[in-house]
Design a protein around this ligand. Structure first.
Ligand code: EPU
Length: 416
């Protein structure tokens, strides 16, 4: 198993390029199922989750090729409609093949994902939407089996805004018969990116990026060539890394408008962040200030940045309250941060973080993707050596993070 060894205490300096958004690339790849032909997605990050999605699409009979930052998907022949457990359990985003398969093939069989490290994460809202669109749904032997001759437009209200649920149903509705209204839809930039791809394919979609999306189903869609948006969470993670080390870096290839809530909160914590012509410049303060944060659906503060922000607050000059309102078990990093000296108490969905002057290096264990990122950031700021174990979690969502940190001066290496 691979580990990252970090000698902390070096302020980061220099420039870093942000890659494409994993959570935009995954649904865009599954959108290729909707039409036969050759599809090209560019600015795709070279990540474990992208490889897993490639494997899954290949099992459906789709030609998958990944070269440079380009993924080519040949979708003329779909030979299977099944997403097996061995792939779904390693990546929940596998569920994104459900609606495109039903829309094009009239059928899909997808293993139910089961719980995961950050919460129960059911898919009941995806299924509710499909049922409203006239699909027949059966749950057997851990699989959800969905059938529909042609889906029908429907009015669908989400009790909770769900990112992949909105994406799945937007794809279903694009080929359905009639108009679908998605109400209380997720507004994340990744949802908008998928809508832009679908529109390029010929779909009629209005309102993506707001809470009400209207989709007028069409008979056919055509293949696409699309460049996906930069990864706002990777960008936020580098902002946090610069801030906690008292560094001064420029973040290139990111979309500043997608970072709003993060930038506001990081500025409150004392970071100086400015948009310049060729990127975003960020400088860390002498000492961070305490700031309360509550995670919310976009445009609120992202749950995918909660762990990283908490690491910053662990050495702030005072006490902050961090409330996680999206996932019920997303505080797994707390026990590890405590091993590095952090003073954090959890009560229900809120963590009380009492800032200490500095963290101390320690061996720590990554538990999920963003928790791993928070531990790397902690290691960069800590006194002494931090060894982050189970780096495979990190590799699901960050492209060779150590290779991006080294040129910024970080003392970090990967060992087996
Ligand atoms: N929910 C339900 N029923 C559903 C769907 C969701 O109760 O049918 C609940 C979830 O349990 C959760 C809330 O709704 O409490 C929001 O979950 P959402 O469905 O929005 O999450 P997701 O679509 O499964 C995506 C990202 C996550 C990110 C969340 C929230 C992808 C592939 N994944 O997950 O990314 O944390 O939205 O923004 O887009 C990550 O990249 O580290 C990651 C976990």
């Amino acid at each position: 198993m691979e580990k990252l060894v970090i000698e902390g205490g070096v302020p980061l300096r220099g420039e870093v390029n942000i890659g494409g958004a994993k959570n935009a690339a995954l649904p865009v790849m599954t959108a290729s199922i909707l039409s036969p032909g050759e599809n090209i997605v560019s600015n795709v990050p070279n990540l474990k989750d992208i490889a897993t999605m490639g494997k899954l699409l290949a099992r459906l009979g789709i030609g998958f090729q990944f070269s440079g930052d380009k993924v080519t998907l040949k979708t003329d022949n779909i030979t299977s409609v099944e997403a097996p457990y061995d792939l779904v359990r390693t990546m929940r985003a596998s569920v994104l093949i459900l609606c495109p398969l039903v829309a094009r093939m009239g059928e899909a069989k997808v293993s139910l994902p089961g719980g995961c490290a950050i919460g129960a994460r059911p898919i009941n809202l995806h299924l509710m939407g499909l049922e409203k669109m006239g699909a027949e749904i059966h749950l057997t032997e851990g699989y959800v089996h969905v059938k529909a001759r042609r889906l029908k437009g429907a009015s669908i209200y989400f009790d909770i805004p769900t990112v992949t649920g909105t994406e799945n149903l937007m794809m279903a509705a694009s080929l359905a018969d009639g108009v679908t209204m998605l109400e209380n839809a997720a507004m994340e930039p990744e949802v908008v990116d998928l809508a832009n791809v679908l529109i390029k394919m010929g779909a009629e979609i209005q309102g993506a990026g707001t809470s009400v999306i209207r989709i007028n189903g069409v008979e056919n869609l055509k293949p696409f060539n699309y460049r996906i948006i930069p990864d706002r969470i990777e960008a936020g993670t580098f902002l946090a890394a610069a801030g906690i080390t008292g560094g001064d870096i420029k973040i290139k290839n990111c979309n500043f408008s997608h970072l709003d809530a993060m930038v506001i909160k990081l500025k409150e914590a004392g970071l100086i962040i400015n948009q310049e012509s060729d990127g975003v410049r960020v400088k860390g303060p002498e000492r961070l200030k305490p700031v309360d944060v509550k995670t919310m659906p976009y445009p609120g503060f992202p749950t995918d940045m909660q762990a990283q922000f908490m690491t910053l607050m662990s050495i702030a000059d005072g006490t902050s309250l961090i409330t996680e309102s999206i996932f019920e078990n997303r505080f797994m990093h707390v026990a590890e941060l405590k091993r590095m000296g952090a003073n954090i108490k959890i009560q229900g969905a809120t963590a009380t973080v009492r800032g200490i002057p500095s963290l101390t290096g320690a061996p720590v264990m990554a538990t999920d993707l963003r928790a791993s990122a928070s531990l790397v950031i902690a290691g960069l700021a800590a006194k002494g050596t931090t060894v982050v174990d189970r780096v495979y979690h990190l590799d699901r969502g960050y492209e060779q993070i150590e290779e991006k940190l080294k040129p910024l001066g970080a003392k970090i290496k990967r060992i087996r």
